[in-house]
Design a protein around this ligand. Sequence first.
Ligand code: UD2
Ligand code: MN
Length: 340
Amino acid sequence: MTITKGWCLLVFLFIQLVVMALLYREGKRLAYFFDNFFKNGSSSLVFPNPQNLSLPGDIYANLRLITRQHCPEVSPYIRGPIHIQFPEALTLEEVVQKTPNVTKGGRYKPTDCESTHNSAIIIPYRNREQHLKYLLYYLHPFLQRQQLNYGIYIITQSGDFTFNRGKLLNVGFKEAMKDEDWDCMLFHDVDLIPEDDRNLYTCDRFPKHVSIAIDKFGYKLPYKSIFGGVSALTPEHYLKVNGFPNNYWGWGGEDDDFAARVELSGMMITRPSFRHARYKMIRHVRDKGNGINPKRFNLLNKTEETWKQNGINSVQYNVISKELHPLYTNITVDIGTDKA
Ligand code: UD2
Ligand code: MN
């Protein structure tokens, strides 16, 4: 009697195991079968090759959700060093054609697995069409090889008053977070092209300074506490440092203020490997409307007193337009002037 009960239990467990294995391995085929069965009755006893499946349907979609795997910890598409060139004849239209798998607004999700990373790239911008074209050309494939869910945001300062990189990045943070629950924000100069896809555009436990080895500086840090170029922060980090200062008009200082905020809020700055985090900076002269900010040292002396009031919690602006371009979302914004 006890032996029979034991056997029954074993057989039952075995059947359960088989069913679970089938569900796991053959999810698509079963889904297709049930889908058809409920639609057409038993006449549809077909178990097709999973490669040929195209039928959507509730059950299929649900099972597909169950059977879709997380992307591996290390993407199999990562290649290492990238040979960067700036072909003069390249047009933005060609870049769009060469980047077919991006959806409107510059969004992408891997098709073969579920990414565990949601990264937004935020680019402060005005009048740098050539740089933007090259950045998009290299950045999309770079991010796709890392199997990230991502979106690219261009934050364009309207008008021709003095440029304000920090304030634009605050706007970018706020506007991007309205779209999606990004878990990592990359604040990214338009003229920096990453040279190695092992430099992951994901966040660390602390704010990360990413562009640490730039050709312009001989692939070394020009000074120890530099935090400009490309940095990666989670929304929690960003709120903790109260974002960027809003009152640095013109070139310089806002990046050092941002670095000071990380320290003042009790965090530290992490850096990736110098072998991987290599960049080419596209050669440029200083832009019109972004002259050196003579007030930057005075402002930096006051960071400790001001950082809690001046930042993401106090930024004011008016969005003029938001356009979903094929390879990026452009947000044109009126950020005012240092007079108002
Ligand atoms: C350095 C920093 C940069 C920033 C700047 C001082 C590095 C590698 N970079 O860059 O992060 O702190 O000094 O403000 O440390 N931009 C436009 N249009 C303009 C002006 C600026 O789009 O008219 C944007 C663009 O994304 C550009 C960025 O602002 O890359 C920084 O300006 P930059 O390239 O003139 O400054 P740079 O190279 O000295
Ligand atoms: Mn630059």
